[in-house]
Design a protein around this ligand. Structure first.
Ligand SMILES: [Zn+2]
Length: 272
């Protein structure tokens, strides 16, 4: 057989294998799928809508996130439609720097608070270099993607170029509604922001809550929990010296009969 025919046959088989793999992945992904990724001490949540639309909320710290997306996304999909940075702390933002380097990101949603750390400078530089469109989060914004609806519940006002008293308390808080489920993602916000949401009578009720600040004792108050009224709670946490998750917090959840899913114990926590 001539070399030319051999190459043609090889290309034909490779193409078939790739097509079969793509078909297999298409068959296995339920939509939408919400995954709280085990990225160690930090936060990262991936929302997949169909096979080729992804929303990534925070990215943990470091390169972990690249392996995680490698596990969950098709190898030929190098695009993330929306990246949300809840607040510019390393355990949420570090991994997103890697994402900006190695993936095509269509849109970013962030608060835009003043941040002059080295990591923020790198973030701004990458956004400019890659010409990524940025929107600034504000209460009431809605994002519709396929069969999911996301609503920004906090910050109440546009914080672009404003100085935040406390990074954690400036976190974007999101509510995600799918056909059958609802999720509340609170970044690293604490009692102070929770109280603002309660005082303003914001609808925070959700079936699943991503527990704030890796299970800190200074977040997720009893009053807040009662209003969210969740069935399930996800604690995104890894090895740390802060005492996360705090026993006080775990007790609050147990007292309300909320099922607890910890990324350090269960690995990726998937809802579909
Ligand atoms: Zn954090």
């Amino acid at each position: 057989m001539s070399k030319k025919y051999l190459i043609i046959i090889l290309i034909f088989f490779t193409f078939n294998i790739l097509a079969a793999l793509a078909f297999y992945q298409q068959k296995t992904i339920q939509s939408p799928r919400v995954t709280f990724l085990n990225v160690g001490q930090g936060d990262a949540a991936l929302i997949e809508i169909g096979n080729d639309m992804q929303i990534l909320i925070d990215g943990g710290d470091g390169k972990n996130i690249l392996d995680k997306l490698g596990e969950h996304m098709s190898f030929y999909d190098r695009k993330i439609e929306l990246v949300i940075l809840t607040h510019p702390d390393k355990d949420h933002m570090g991994g997103l720097i890697e994402i900006l380097k190695y993936y095509e990101v269509e849109q970013i949603l962030e608060t835009g608070i003043i941040c002059e750390t080295a990591i923020c400078q790198e973030w701004d530089k990458l956004i400019e270099e890659k010409n990524i469109s940025v929107k600034y989060a504000q209460f009431g914004q809605r994002i519709k993607a396929g069969n999911i609806k996301m609503t920004v519940l906090y910050p109440f006002e546009n914080l672009q170029d404003k100085k935040a008293e406390n990074d954690n308390e400036s976190s974007i808080i999101l509510r995600i509604d799918t056909e059958n489920d609802s999720y509340l993602l609170t970044g690293d916000s604490g009692f102070k922001t929770e109280k603002k949401l309660i005082d303003e009578n914001i609808n925070i009720k959700a079936k699943v809550i991503k527990i704030s600040h890796h299970g800190s004792k200074n977040a997720t108050s009893n009053e807040f929990l009662r209003l969210v009224n969740p069935q399930k709670a996800v604690v995104s946490v890894g090895k740390n010296s802060y005492g996360h998750p705090a026993q006080e917090l775990l007790n609050r959840l147990k007292n309300m009969n909320v099922a607890i899913f910890r990324t350090d114990e269960e690995g990726d926590v998937i809802f579909e």
